[in-house]
Design a protein around this ligand. Structure first.
Ligand code: ADP
Ligand code: MG
Length: 314
């Protein structure tokens, strides 16, 4: 067997689905891919996105305020915490079962509710850009601006949506706890949905209305845990130059330097592939011997063996 690796696996939207039944079915497939790595002797830490789930929680909590006037609105940070617990529960449940199905009985599975600190002076706060929650009409948008102090923006002719800032993660508050759990041989799920965004006020950490990119925080966690690989699992097997165009060219491997050139040339869509490529580059350059992979969930094992996916290296 090849030398055991420490791997941070970042799960994208297709690893979790969009609804409760979809997620329950998706995590079974996801658990198989993750346990494949564990069976090969690797140490795995799981992170994940939460777009549809946090939208669902957010909408449910708004519905609650409409039903019961005494209920204040739920802060976005609390919605992220709820989504971490809900997704963590499904993943934890499916991973435990998959481990037992393969007679692996010595790896406990746990979810770490994770707070991630951002800076109040992050320029992202001046330009909220990340749309969340459902589309509403102009009248409703105005009402939500008044009632909840939301920033509502028209979104490509489809109606109005709330927009929030997407600041850079600077510190994973529970990093030491996560490290202790991983070093003790636990399979840990952490930093869900990019982490609960908090700002420091003396000893107090205050939840803030923002969404942290899960690819950036996964990179930070992989560095914190001194991982060998950051594997970002998404909806494409490899990244491409001229994506979706006639001259489309899929990349098997790319140096950090080349990747930065391709970013500058605009090959990767902002908000979807760009943060993944940036996170992959950031990890690959952080220390010799560190690599990042972007591939499909179903191809994760082959990608680590070097036969598919896009490999990022120094
Ligand atoms: P996730 O939920 O995994 O974060 P996203 O939808 O945010 O997934 O990002 C992955 C998507 O990025 C791919 O499905 C693809 O449609 C899109 N994409 C944009 N640019 C590229 C590119 N250059 N190469 C490959 N995929 C790209
Ligand atoms: Mg995404």
């Amino acid at each position: 067997m090849a030398k055991k690796k420490r791997i941070v696996i970042a799960l994208g939207g297709n690893a979790l689905g969009n609804t409760l039944p979809e997620q329950m079915a998706a995590v079974k497939v996801t658990a198989k891919a993750i346990v494949d790595f564990i069976e090969e002797g690797h140490e795995v830490i799981v992170t994940h996105g939460n777009g549809p789930q946090v939208g669902m929680v957010n909408n449910a909590m708004i519905a609650l305020t409409n039903e019961d006037a005494s209920q204040p609105n739920t802060p976005l940070s609390v919605c992220v915490a709820m989504s971490q617990a809900y997704i963590g529960y499904d993943l934890q449940n499916a991973l435990r079962e998959e481990l037992l199905n393969r007679n692996i009985t010595n790896i406990p599975v746990a979810t770490m509710i994770t707070q991630v600190r951002v800076e109040t002076d992050d320029p992202a706060f001046a330009f909220p850009s990340k749309p969340i929650g459902k589309f509403v009409d102009a009248a409703m948008a105005e009402k939500m601006e008044e009632k909840f102090h939301y920033i509502m923006k028209e979104d490509a002719g489809r109606g109005y949506r709330r927009v929030v800032a997407s600041p850079k993660p600077v510190e994973i508050i529970e990093a030491d706890t996560i490290r202790t759990m991983v070093n003790a041989g636990n399979l840990v799920i952490a930093c869900g949905g990019g982490g609960i965004p908090v700002i420091r006020e003396g000893n107090h950490l205050k939840g803030t209305s923002a969404v942290i990119d899960k690819d950036f925080v996964s990179c930070l966690l992989a560095k914190e845990l001194d991982a060998d690989y950051l594997i970002i699992l998404t909806a494409v097997e490899k990244i491409a130059l001229h994506f979706g165009q006639p001259q489309e060219a899929w990349l098997d491997e790319v140096s950090a330097e080349k990747a930065n050139e391709y970013i500058a040339q605009g090959h990767f869509a902002p908000g979807s592939m760009m943060p993944k490529v940036q996170a992959a580059v950031d990890f690959a350059v952080s220390k010799p011997g560190r690599y990042a992979l972007i591939t499909l969930l179903e191809k994760a094992k082959e990608a680590l063996a070097g036969t598919t996916g896009t490999l990022f290296h120094l």
